[in-house]
Design a protein around this ligand. Structure first.
Ligand SMILES: *Cc1c(COP(=O)(O)O)cnc(C)c1O
Length: 404
């Protein structure tokens, strides 16, 4: 029985969107600057001369963000996961072996992607709330050799920083393999030196540290990684993610697929703001804000999930006191205070993002206050005023006075 499908009753989006949208203080997406939002509303010809110069500038600014001289810097029409999949599927195929360093959702995802392209996968897993250590990687190399090692600089899902990443990469390079690093959460929030640390593939998304829109990502290949891309004879399973195809557009201004023009223009503005601010000042802003927030949370009487030694500043994981429902706390924060933070994938934590535009003092005060009041409403004896005072006094020490 086939009947015609009639149009549903429609409502313009403007009727659905609240006039005062939720402040996005979760693990991404994050608020975007006005210049990024404006760029995101423009469509131009993706193969015209104007786009050519936009692409050249995006690449140049991305080279600064990644700290690389590589000219194999490509954009991806897709989520950060698509950029991860691009790294995986260009360097791995049946007969190749990957070592996956994992301690959460995103680092594990690399392993699933590597299996999907037919590679042999060996996983090393860190203890809960801990990073992978150089010793664990050395041990893995005692067992056998690998073609590729994958790792995540900041594991957003649990708030753990891979604090010994340069040492770990060095072990991988001494053993002659290529290194893929996911810097989706961390790029431009803390140091990452692609060339100096010898990263072969560096990946970032739009909606986290960069403070652009979701759905347009960046990936950079070292010359060693590019040799593997060029020398590959195995079938490439993903036409859209084939780096050689993508280089037609990103290197030679030729057609690959229709580029996500507004998202690339938005990425241009987000990267431009990073260049204007400079990485050094941006790292400092992130550190000052996140440490002040962490102190405020602790002084309020709540615990942090990760040891300070390898605590990720870009996403702060907060322990839920016994018997407290994180979903209810987050709902109160959203309904009463218009602030959104994140839950977690299976852990007893809630998470506050400190990426890009989230690191502004007014956002910190609003979020900490909302969280404290929500915990109080749920019967937890937190001291909102002590937490707020700690946040205020830490931010008052800010030498750059830029967190407004
Ligand atoms: C968010 C995130 C991803 C995935 O990003 P999507 O854009 O959702 O695909 C990957 N890695 C890390 C570290 C992330 O924080």
């Amino acid at each position: 029985m086939k009947t015609t499908v009639l149009p549903p009753t429609t409502t313009p989006l403007s009727h659905l969107l609240p006039s005062d949208p939720l402040l996005l203080m979760g693990a991404g997406p994050v608020p975007i600057p006005q210049a990024v939002a404006q760029a995101n509303s423009v469509v131009i010809n993706h193969l015209g001369g104007l786009m050519d110069s936009v692409i050249d500038r995006v690449k140049e600014m991305a080279r600064y963000a990644f700290q690389t001289h590589s000219d194999k810097v490509l954009g991806v029409a897709g989520s950060s996961s698509a950029a991860m999949e691009m790294g995986i599927s260009n360097l791995l195929w049946p007969g190749r072996r990957a070592l996956i360093l994992q301690n959460g959702t995103f680092s594990n995802r690399f392993g699933d992607m590597a299996i999907a392209v037919g590679a042999e996968v060996i996983r090393v897993e860190a203890a809960e709330a801990h990073p992978i250590t150089p010793e664990m990687v050395r041990d893995a190399f005692k067992q056998q050799a690998y073609d590729v090692v994958t790792m995540v600089q900041g594991e957003t899902s649990c708030g753990v920083l891979l604090n010994q990443m340069p040492e770990i990469i060095q072990i991988c390079k001494e053993n002659g393999c290529l290194v893929i690093v996911d810097a989706v959460c961390t790029l431009s929030t803390m140091p990452l030196k692609m060339d100096e640390w010898q990263i072969d593939v560096a990946i970032t998304g739009g909606q986290k540290g960069i403070s652009s829109i979701p759905g347009v990502s960046m990936i950079a290949f070292s010359s060693d990684a590019w040799k593997v891309v060029e020398g590959r004879t195995a079938l490439m399973p993903h036409w859209c993610l084939d780096a050689k195809n993508a280089q037609n557009f990103w290197g030679d201004h030729q057609y690959h697929y229709t580029a996500p023009v507004p998202g690339i223009l938005a990425m241009h503005e987000a990267l431009r703001l990073i260049c204007e601010e400079t990485l050094e000042k941006r790292f400092e802003r992130h550190e000052i804000c996140s440490l002040a927030l962490q102190e405020g949370i602790e002084r309020m009487g709540l615990g942090l999930f990760v040891n300070p030694e390898y605590r990720l500043n870009s996403v702060v994981a907060i322990d839920l006191p016994q018997g407290v429902d994180g979903g209810r706390v987050r709902k109160i924060m959203a309904d009463r205070f218009n602030v959104e933070i994140s839950g977690a994938f299976g852990l007893n934590i809630i998470r506050i993002g400190q990426m890009g535009e989230q690191c502004r003092s007014h956002n910190l005060f609003k979020t900490l206050y909302a969280m404290g009041m929500a915990f109080q409403q749920e019967g937890v004896a937190v001291s909102v005023s002590e937490g707020m005072a700690a946040l205020q006094s830490r931010l008052a020490e800010d030498p750059l006075q830029f967190v407004s």
